[in-house]
Write a protein that binds this ligand. Sequence first.
Ligand SMILES: Cc1cc2nc3c(=O)[nH]c(=O)nc-3n(C[C@H](O)[C@H](O)[C@H](O)COP(=O)(O)OP(=O)(O)OC[C@H]3O[C@@H](n4cnc5c(N)ncnc54)[C@H](O)[C@@H]3O)c2cc1C
Ligand SMILES: *[C@@H]1O[C@H](CO)[C@@H](O)[C@H](O)[C@H]1NC(C)=O
Ligand SMILES: *[C@@H]1O[C@H](CO)[C@@H](O)[C@H](O)[C@H]1NC(C)=O
Ligand SMILES: *[C@@H]1O[C@H](CO)[C@@H](O)[C@H](O)[C@H]1NC(C)=O
Ligand SMILES: *[C@@H]1O[C@H](CO)[C@@H](O)[C@H](O)[C@H]1NC(C)=O
Length: 602
Amino acid sequence: MLSLPTLALGSVILALPLAQAISGLLTDPEQVNGQTFDYVIVGGGLGGLTVANRLSENPDVTVLVLEAGADNRGDPRVYEPGQYSVAFGTELDWNWPSSQGRNIHGGKTLGGSTSINGLAQTRGQKEQYDALATFLGGDDADGRWNWNGMFLAMLKSEGFSAPNDQQQEAGASSNPAYHNTSGPVQVTYPDGIYHGPQQGYFRDVVSTNFSVAAVPDADGGAANTVAFHPNTISWQDSDHRSSSATAYWSPIEDSRSNIAILTSHLATQILMDTSTSPSRASGVQFGTSDGGRWEVTAGKEVIVSAGAIQTPALLQLSGIGDPALLNNLGIEVKVNNTGVGKNFQEQTIDSIGWTPVDGFDAQGTGPSDCISYPSLLALSTSSNVDIAETIASNIGSYAQDAFNNGAVVSVDAANQLFAIQQDLMVNKSVGLVEHFFDTGFPNNGLGIDMWQLLPFSRGTVEITSTDPFTYPTVDPRYFSADVDMQIQIAGARMARKIFQAAPLRTIVSEENAPGYDSVPEDGNGGSDEDWRNWITNGFASVHHPIATCAMMSQELGGVVGSDLKVYGTANLRIVDASVLPIQFSAHLSATLYGIAENAADM
Ligand SMILES: Cc1cc2nc3c(=O)[nH]c(=O)nc-3n(C[C@H](O)[C@H](O)[C@H](O)COP(=O)(O)OP(=O)(O)OC[C@H]3O[C@@H](n4cnc5c(N)ncnc54)[C@H](O)[C@@H]3O)c2cc1C
Ligand SMILES: *[C@@H]1O[C@H](CO)[C@@H](O)[C@H](O)[C@H]1NC(C)=O
Ligand SMILES: *[C@@H]1O[C@H](CO)[C@@H](O)[C@H](O)[C@H]1NC(C)=O
Ligand SMILES: *[C@@H]1O[C@H](CO)[C@@H](O)[C@H](O)[C@H]1NC(C)=O
Ligand SMILES: *[C@@H]1O[C@H](CO)[C@@H](O)[C@H](O)[C@H]1NC(C)=O
């Protein structure tokens, strides 16, 4: 689509093309250098590509996406679900170091983390979506930031295919009221779904013996249940991965002349015009690690979708953040926003593994798809402490500790944030841990990958240098709130007890992770002290970083408001995991697609 300004010269009308339309996938920076696009989007991952697709539905607007990684859609490490984890530590992975020697993975490739993630498609609990408006102090005039608004937005992204006969036979079932069949992200159950007894036994044990309700389909906002969950795999394309790249870019790649993506270039600075009030984002500088730098101009808006670690880093590099940090690095403060990089939340995973009995046949290739989300009541069957009481009596000290470590804007803000979280955990019965039943892992056996979903530990993401290619310091402050460890211990013990219960017990011989040598069985699932030691040594990050530019009121330390605009700016928005103010009882992508669809709608 060309813009054709018309010049009237006497009776002669001349149509002059302003510039060649710039579209498609580009790798040469000179093709966009110095050009103007209505929307310049930083990051071609989940948030960025969703918004880019929806904005460019209007042929009159022009869109440029800047992506640090390359286009690897044709690489089996990306498109083959069975190759999950093979991309870790390669050029496809940011692989940020974080505290306590734990690394956090994130996709550095077109599609972002959706190109390397675990493909589980899960939605959170109704009340968790309703809480989004609470974090905004009720500022939700359009009714987007609650269950109803987010449910509609999540449906918009979903292209669901119900389980066929063989998948139903293996245990999958769905409720059509919870799904859309015609959205871009392909969602279904794997053809290689396991037909062995293990997933059904897991579901039966947790529902019969551990008070977690079994439901046919958890996608209608009832997350604190056990169910078969679908995967983001393409039923139209050989069960390959459905990523934000294949869902939102591939279908328009050749047909839209108003959108371009420049890959393999890092956005190095958002250019801010501080002569107006509020300040305006006028464009974006980008470059290569050898020092090459180029610029593009944003006619309307800059949208940052670089993920929960690189987004706050880019804002800080651009003079948007806490003056205390920026002044130390000699960066001119353009927008004083003390919440940038604070409120960081990451989860912690441990896998409990058992060796199958001789001759056991899993009968399938996966991916695994049965997940349980026990609430406080269910988890209490396996805790030696009163979790609700532990939360109630320690919130004040967690808030003070988070403030002392620069992870929240004030003690008062932290107290308010934690009270909302406490209400969800204690009064609203949301799932406190995830139990992901895993055929083939760990140790090629049967396992439960287990993580504390809703940490009170709050951390930080901070740049330490003005070089945009230097990674920021990533400090989730894992387990700094001890109740996070108490819940992790209860979740691990509960996983052991699940395997100890018939009929699951009849298909396994012994625990191999941690094993009774490491965490001796004492007749009640092992002691707190032994579990604590094992967890402290062996836990990993879940790779679900969020909340570093949270959508909250400014009083609470929010960075963006209900319109996703950065406070103190006229036209700078954030659309990615950094705006989610709190973890949900779910994997992140379904919720983030909903946020991005909401954003594009605005
Ligand atoms: C290993 C792993 C497993 C996961 N498993 C699941 C799962 O099973 N189910 C689920 O629902 N979710 C899962 N997730 C989470 C989910 O994929 C992410 O939360 C989601 O993709 C985040 O979306 P985003 O838009 O914030 O960032 P991303 O999708 O990561 O996109 C950010 C993009 O920005 C680019 N970028 C960063 N900085 C710059 C810059 N300065 N300039 C240009 N480009 C830049 C990055 O290269 C990347 O492409 C998993 C994540 C990981 C890492
Ligand atoms: C399904 O998705 C399409 C495409 O995004 C959208 O137009 C439609 O409104 C969605 N339907 C529902 C029920 O959400
Ligand atoms: C930045 O904003 C905070 C919170 O609004 C305020 O307390 C602080 O004084 C401001 N700092 C500067 C340098 O303006
Ligand atoms: C939980 O509910 C009780 C009464 O039902 C209420 O008093 C309490 O304030 C609630 N807890 C939180 C954290 O909101
Ligand atoms: C599980 O529940 C069943 C049915 O109530 C009961 O027979 C069985 O003993 C329970 N198993 C365990 C380990 O609690």
